[in-house]
Design a protein around this ligand. Structure first.
Ligand SMILES: CC(=O)[C@@H](O)[C@H](O)COP(=O)(O)O
Ligand SMILES: NCC(=O)COP(=O)(O)O
Length: 265
């Protein structure tokens, strides 16, 4: 499989928002850290507003939109979530370049599975058409199931986002990681053959990105929050984003510094 472009990094700000929400204070600021991320090589910013606003708050969205419009006009805003009318109103108001639809129940601690593209076909076709009509690229959260990609494409979506939680959970076990990455790679090939673009996200790290990118050379974008924020505590935000950008390129023509592959969490 050839690869034209390096994988882009979208920095998920949910974990920064969660730290901020521990106090009734404005720091750490999602706009400040979003600015550092974009200035350090990230292609975009991701938020996943949940109905209880435990991470990103709805009131954060106008400030992130303004940051991109005023200072980083080539960057992308990616808003993720379950398509309730409240979520769709947030999307309409903040004009993200990409919307990632995720089948989250409000009680879930975090996202832990992709869509059932057959059972949810009617909902997805309707919402995908609505969002594309507003000018957004639409990506659908998907499990590593090559056989599900035809039904995903039938929704009219532009891309899938591979749910990489099970891959992230293989840390420390190279054989298990290889098996998961192969399954993700097969799913990506099925999606690409149907004309879909492929994103990926959940529990990605500097350490596990190179293997993923090797298995999916045409991976368009990864969105990363938890592991990246953890590394930012150790290395600082700017250096961390640069390390993740390097790791995104590690499976492609551009080689990362050797320590990026050997080190990391
Ligand atoms: C869609 C997805 O995979 C998630 O990783 C999500 O965006 C993370 O959200 P939280 O940080 O709110 O758990
Ligand atoms: N879409 C997945 C995402 O934004 C990343 O989440 P995380 O698991 O890295 O926090």
């Amino acid at each position: 499989m050839g690869h034209a472009m390096p994988t882009e990094l979208s920095v998920n700000l949910n974990a920064i928002a969660m730290l901020r929400n521990r106090r009734d204070l404005p720091w750490p600021s999602v706009v400040h850290f979003g600015r550092i991320a974009l200035a350090s090589g990230a292609h975009g910013l991701t938020v996943h507003p949940r109905p209880d606003e435990r991470h990103i708050r709805f009131s954060d969205l106008p400030d992130i939109r303004s940051l991109i419009d005023a200072e980083f006009p080539d960057a992308e805003f990616n808003i993720e979530g379950y398509p309730t009318e409240e979520f769709l109103a947030l999307v309409a108001a903040h004009r993200p370049e990409q919307v990632t639809l995720v089948p989250d129940d409000p009680s879930q601690p975090t996202s832990d599975h992709g869509w059932d593209f057959v059972a949810d076909a009617a909902l997805l076709k309707d919402v995908v058409a609505r969002l594309k009509g507003q000018g957004a690229r639409v990506s659908l959260f998907a499990d590593a199931e090559p056989g599900a990609m035809a039904a995903a494409a039938a929704t009219g979506c532009d891309r899938i986002e591979l749910y990489t939680g099970p891959y992230g959970a293989t840390y420390g076990d190279a054989d298990a990681a290889e098996a998961e990455a192969a399954r993700l790679g097969a799913t990506a090939r099925a999606a690409l053959d149907l004309g879909l673009g492929v994103n990926a996200g959940h529990d990605l790290t500097v350490a596990n990105l190179p293997r993923l990118v090797r298995h999916i050379p045409s991976l368009a974008e990864v969105s990363i929050g938890h592991g990246l924020t953890a590394d930012a505590l150790e290395f600082g935000m700017a250096a961390t984003v640069r390390r993740f950008v390097e790791a995104c390129r590690s499976g492609t023509n551009a080689s990362p510094a050797p320590d990026i592959v050997a080190d990391g969490h």
